[in-house]
Design a protein around this ligand. Structure first.
Ligand code: NOJ
Length: 776
């Protein structure tokens, strides 16, 4: 027998469902319809109440009761209703205001669709939900999804920028704000976080991820999932997260979006999968397929990824959704003969829901009837979707997320804007600050603010800006004026972002001549990164560098403020402009946050989550490369290098300056030996030796000196962000465990090998102290 409480709870739950739906059914159009629905509902209710009283399984009562509800609902669903639950369509309109897919409302009314994306707003989602609940036979609520990638209405820095903060609590808090805003507008589900590792800045989607590193990326993945989902998916202020894109999408050949991926299983598991595993461990409810092939097999037809790894190895019990029309794309990949075949491949790979191509809707029922897909497979997929709907509480109240009051109270409320500004301040990376040009001194009277991004608003909210309103973003110029109304700011655009137009140069030079100093706002347009936005050259576009040269020739103190969605090759700026502040795209509060940093109200603390190359020819370039059998030697031609450029990047992973300076003591180890069952404490004392209070990200890297698999030169295995007043010192202690020393060995088992290790601690991947120990 089940526990008394389990039994009582499922009976109460069933009763609640009964009363709730009875109300809805009673307002159904026809009496016969209403009677039919009540009969079905009675069966579902009795089944789910009785299941809770009769089992003794190890799963918790609430899990069991959800499984029972799912089973009882499944038992009364027709084939067509089941297929409907596996179908997702957009509610998008084109520029004329016409629906991209005009039949979509009809599909909602007839139960041919289980989820809708791009519809938001308390009233609109309620209207759609009413159609699904009142007009379909079973009244199964819709799931509303949306790309809430870096904020919903209050736009936060792009994810790559947020990653530069290395501030996991703040990243989590940012997603909580996004979840609160999104859920108040009827959304249940976000297509985020994107946890794809990428080492190729040509790939435009590098902006959506956490950069090149697996350890940092995994920590951020978990923080984002926690932020979106909280501890309870049933909490109305949380939304279901989607880990995407499974898998290895960031390794597209030549950095060209959607392109082929080929890699060893070792690299896949060591570099690309851990952020997904971290998101899974944090409870992510859904996973999205990637567009690419992986070792010849498109992800959307890849049983190894979804059945073997995700379900069997990890035990994932949420649902898998394809990326946009990805089942249809199996035809173009050349692995499917026709629609039916593509559908069969996807279903057999364990893909539960199809996005936008309608392939499941059109083909699944036939495949089941022909016996090519079993009913059990279909039921499993439907159960995966229904389970998440139950967890979200949609069967108890399908309208609980669509609340006009919450919408009004939550959207862009002052606390949300303040969190966004904090995130924006902490996302900036001070790349260079020669002669302490920054922070701007008090005696400055006139500042020229020059460049195509100086007064831009649209670009600031980046790509994937959800329901963000760019006209509410604070431009750099506006932010500067807000902060220092007493300063005379002269603005000149100089040139467009990518038009190569030099006709504004004279005005820009004139403005600079009149000023005590110049702020040059340079970078990319918002559409130059994100999906389908790969670039073969990653220089400053258009005539921006020429503009910088003209201004530089005047010899005024100059600060370059960069706005961009990827690392750029900015060698000339680095050689010539004394101060460079990387700001990415900082979102709604951009100008105010940058002004906080430029004027020293916030001391920059960001560190690069991705390497900045000197040249596209160096790509892929990342800090954890292997040594090769011929490590670089300037005096030996036959070592691993280029004839025309150094191996070194422009800025290394983990680099980022502060207005103050930090001094690192030598490393102290708790022992110079460690047993696998043991741990080792690695300590350093960090002192603030400058004049400003500041935060430092203390980074720990490890290197296995000899291993059966050629080890990377070093790999990040820990970091701590500390705050120090001028003159203050703090001891920072890291706990190194056997897991930190483990890797995929020759036979692909995961573990460590005894021997000598090096440990590095410092303020970047290069600037470190080191020590050695032995793993026994
Ligand atoms: C395609 C993108 O690859 C994916 O990340 C996004 O979630 C979907 N479109 C839906 O907008």
């Amino acid at each position: 027998m089940g526990s008394f409480y389990g039994c009582a709870r499922s009976t109460i739950g069933a009763a609640r469902t009964w009363f709730y739906y009875k109300r809805i059914i009673l307002i159904s159009n026809s009496r016969v319809e209403a009677m039919k629905k009540m009969l079905i509902l009675a069966i579902v209710t009795i089944l789910s109440a009785s299941f809770g009283c009769g089992s003794n399984s190890p799963v918790s009562d609430s899990e069991r009761s959800i499984e029972q509800k799912v089973d009882s609902l499944l038992s009364v669903m027709t084939l067509q209703e089941k297929v409907g639950q596996l179908t997702l369509y957009t509610s998008d309109m084109d520029q004329t205001g016409a629906f991209l897919r005009p039949e979509y409302l009809e599909d909602v009314r007839s139960g041919n669709v289980g989820a809708i994306f791009n519809a938001y707003g308390a009233e609109y989602t309620r209207e759609l939900q009413e159609m699904a609940v009142n007009e379909t036979r079973l009244g199964i609520p819709l799931l509303f999804g949306y790309d809430v990638i870096h904020g919903h209405r209050t736009i936060f820095p792009v994810p790559l920028g947020q990653a530069a903060s290395w501030d996991l609590d703040l990243i989590e808090a940012s997603e909580r704000v996004a979840a609160r805003e999104a859920s108040a507008e009827g959304l249940h589900w976000t297509f985020a976080p994107m946890v794809d590792i990428s080492r190729d800045p040509r790939w435009g989607r590098i902006v959506e991820g956490a950069g090149e590193d697996t350890y940092l990326g995994s920590k951020i993945s978990a923080a984002r999932v926690r932020g979106f989902q909280g501890n309870d998916l049933g909490d109305v202020q949380t939304i279901a997260a989607t880990m995407k894109h499974f898998a290895a999408y960031g390794a597209a050949k030549a950095g060209r979006d959607y392109h082929t991926v080929d890699m060893s299983d070792r690299e896949l598991r060591e570099i690309y999968l851990p952020p997904f595993k971290a998101g899974f461990d944090a409870g992510a409810a859904t996973v999205m397929t990637s567009f690419n092939t992986l070792n010849g097999i498109p992800a959307t037809a890849n049983e190894y990824l979804f059945e073997d790894i995700l379900r069997d190895e990890w035990g994932f019990d949420g649902f898998v959704v394809t990326d946009y029309t990805a089942i249809m794309e199996l035809l173009f990949h050349g692995v499917a003969r026709d629609e039916q075949h593509a559908t069969e491949l996807a279903m057999n790979a364990g893909i539960d829901m199809s996005m936008q191509d309608g392939f499941y809707q059109r083909n699944l029922a036939d495949l089941v009837e022909e016996g090519k897909i079993t009913e059990e497979q279909l039921d499993n997929a439907v159960a995966n979707v229904l389970r998440v709907k139950y967890q979200l509480g949609l069967f108890e109240d399908p309208y609980r997320y669509s609340s006009t009051e919450r919408e009004e109270a939550e959207i862009m409320k002052p606390e949300n804007i303040e969190t966004a500004r904090d995130m924006a301040r902490k996302s900036m990376v001070l790349l260079k600050n020669q002669n302490q040009v920054l922070p701007i001194k008090d005696d400055v009277e006139t500042i020229a603010v020059i460049g195509p991004l100086a007064d831009s608003q649209r670009d600031l909210i980046g790509s994937w800006s959800a329901a963000g309103d760019w006209s509410k973003s604070v431009s750099l110029l506006q932010g500067l004026k807000n902060k220092k109304p007493e300063i005379n700011f002269i603005h000149a655009k100089g040139t467009g972002i990518d038009d190569g137009d030099t006709s504004g140069f004279d005005a820009a030079v004139n403005a600079a001549r009149q000023a005590d100093m110049v702020i040059l706002a340079l970078g990319e347009a918002y559409w130059m990164s994100g999906e389908a936005a790969s670039r073969s050259e990653i220089d400053l576009p258009g005539a921006q560098q020429e503009l910088a040269k003209e201004i530089h020739a005047l010899g005024k103190p100059t600060v370059a403020v960069l706005m961009n969605g990827r690392p750029l090759t900015i060698n000339w700026l680095d050689e010539n402009i004394p101060a460079i502040l990387e700001t990415w795209f900082l979102g709604t509060t951009t100008g105010d946050a940058i002004a906080d940093v430029l004027f020293g109200d916030y001391n920059p603390s960001g560190k690069l989550p991705v390497t900045f190359p000197k040249s596209v020819g160096q790509i892929p370039i990342h800090y954890d490369m292997k040594n090769t059998g011929r490590p670089f030697d300037a005096n030996n031609k036959y070592t691993s290098k280029y004839l025309d450029i150094s191996n070194e990047p422009l800025y290394v992973f983990g680099h980022g300056l502060s207005y103050t300076t930090f001094d690192y003591s030598p490393i102290t180890l708790s022992s110079n030996k460690m047993a696998t069952s043991d741990s080792l404490q690695v300590s350093v004392t960090v002192s603030n030796t400058g004049e400003y209070a500041g935060e430092e990200v203390v980074q720990l890297y490890l290197h296995d000196k000899v291993a059966s698999i050629a080890p990377p030169a070093r790999r990040l295995k820990g970091f701590q962000k500390i705050n120090l007043q001028p003159g203050e010192s703090k001891e920072v202690v890291f706990n190194v465990t056997n897991k930190d020393l483990s890797f995929y060995q020759k036979d692909m088992s995961y573990g460590s090998e005894p021997g000598e290790f090096m440990v590095f601690v410092g303020g970047s991947s290069k600037d470190t102290q080191s020590a050695e120990f032995v793993l026994e």
